[in-house]
Design a protein around this ligand. Sequence first.
Ligand SMILES: *Cc1c(COP(=O)(O)O)cnc(C)c1O
Length: 373
Amino acid sequence: MPVADSPARPVLPLRAELAGLHPYGAPQLDVPVLLNVNENPYPPSAQVVASIADAVTQAAAGLNRYPDRDFRALSEDLAAYLGTESGVALSPEQIWAANGSNEVMLHLLQAFGGPGRVAVSFAPTYSMYPEYARDTSTGWVTGRRADDFTLDVDHAVATIVEHQPSVVLLASPNNPTGTALPAPTTVAVLDAAARVPGGCVVVVDEAYGEFRRRGTPSALELLADHPQLAVSRTMSKAFGLAGARIGYLAAAPALVDALRVVRLPYHLSAVTQAVARAALAHSVELMAQIGSLRAERDALVDWLRGRGHQVAASDANFVLFGRFADRHAVWQGLLDRGVLIREVGPDGWLRVSVGTPAETAAFKAALDQVVAS
Ligand SMILES: *Cc1c(COP(=O)(O)O)cnc(C)c1O
């Protein structure tokens, strides 16, 4: 085919702010030990698999119909679960669910962000937040966390006063640092947000909430007094259902009603709703497993500190550690030994997810070799 004769390459009218950008995502490599995306290392038990399969069979028989648009039964189950997990009584009207908490947070930005508005977060934090802002044409402002990755209250309040955001995004426990927010810090942010003239929604992303250490509060406890608060959770991490794509939030009913406006019709499939409800019926068993992952996390922190590494205090199912003059070399050395972790966070730091005892042992052995080499 003579090149000169082919028609001109069509011009795609890509939005200018997307030009040259690459899609977000950690490398998905085929490696024996995967400790890079904070998944639960344990697959669903045989009983959970059987319950999910039964529920999906039942749902399949009705797939000629659209699903319950308002996923009422699922909201009841999620409210009951959060009540048991956190001790905070919630009604189904306070629950919103979507295909992963990433979609929940996109809904929040679609409803409360937009052109001419600003969203604020504090780095280092979850790298998807600026993408929700970009995709909804919301202005983006990043404050900073302190050297120990906690949130400095005065800086956070000053950032809100200066930029008058309509959305503040706070991860607690924070990814990639594992840092949870003390209640007084969250309350100070909520109070500053309440003084923004046009209103400001504060999103506390508790994707890792179930892994918090004893004595660390959940922002769910603050919902009753703060109508502009949304607490986001997910079934991807503690529940071991990353593949099912189910996230949710709890907030005042008026805030939830605003999200109904921006969701796509029937966004939560009947299959997704069935899977989530079947898994939630096993939440007691899953909570026990979370206890053992928490203990593994604490032991990993101690081991890393014992080896002389710097380790960020963690309320999550991962640990940020360092600091390495050449962190990429350490990451690569681990990968060469079959262990995939994540090169993320401030320079010099690496993040490792808590795996099974065997996976953690493989990580420790590999790290000792890499550091010694
Ligand atoms: C993993 C993670 C999520 C969860 O995303 P899903 O879409 O629910 O899988 C949300 N926030 C943070 C900070 C995370 O690390």
